[in-house]
Design a protein around this ligand. Sequence first.
Ligand SMILES: [Zn+2]
Length: 255
Amino acid sequence: MKFLLTIVLLSILSLSHAYEPEAAVGRIGFSGCHASYKQSLKALHRDLAEKVFELNHVQEGIRKYSLNWVLNNYIRPDGRRSSTRFQYKTHAATYVKFHDLLVTGLGKMGTKVRGGYSYYCRTERDQRCAGGGGTIAYVLNLGPYTFNRIYLCPEFWKGDRNEQLSTLFHELSHLAADTDHYFGSIFNDEGMIQQTNDAYFYEKMMHNELSWVLERNSWAFLWMKPRENPPIPLSIPERGHWCRHPDHMGMTETL
Ligand SMILES: [Zn+2]
C-alpha cells in the first residue's frame, strides 16, 4: 500500500513538471554519434519532446486558440475589428483553417515523438552536408517514403543549445508533418495558410510563447487595431516611387 502510494505521488510530481510523463517519449536511436553528442542529443530530445507535448496540451496548447477564444480574449477586449486594409472578407474562415492545420501539424509531431525515430550524425564527407549553403541538418525522402531519421551535419554542433533545439524542432516538422520551406508573403489569406506548412514558422514555437507567435503571424493581420488619430489628409497629393529591397518584402525574418 505504501509502495503504491509512493508510485502515485511520484507520478503526480512528475506530471507537475512535464505535460506528459517521460515514458510517453518513444525510443530514439543514434547512428554515427560520438558519446558526447549522444549525451547532448538525449538532453535536447527531452526538451524538444516536452515542448511538443506542451503545444499539444488540450487546455494550454494550440487547441486553446480557437476562433472563439481569439475573439473573446484578444480581438474584442483589444478593440480590434476584421481587417479592411487587407480586404479580408473571409478572415474568420481563414483563421479556422489556419488553426486546424496547426492542430494537425503539431499533432503529427506529437505522434512522431511518441513513436520514436533516429538521429544520424554525419561528417563532412556527407555530400548533403558539404553542398554549399551551410546545411545544418536534413530529412531524406525516397519518393513518397521518408526515412524515420533526422540527419545532423557538423554545422549543427557549431550552434548554441537554443539554435540546436530550434533546428531539431524544424526538422521534426519536416519528418512528422512533411512541412516545406515557404518564403512568400503572409499578408493575405493564402499566405497565412501556406505558413502552416513552413518549417521556419514551426521552429518559432520552440522558444516563443505560442500566443505571441500566433499574434504576430495571424491575429494582428486578420484583425486590425483602429487608428486612434486618423491621419490628417494631405493637401498636396503624394507622389513617388516607394522602392524596397526584395529581401525585405517577405515575413521570413528569424524571430
Ligand atoms: Zn528545412
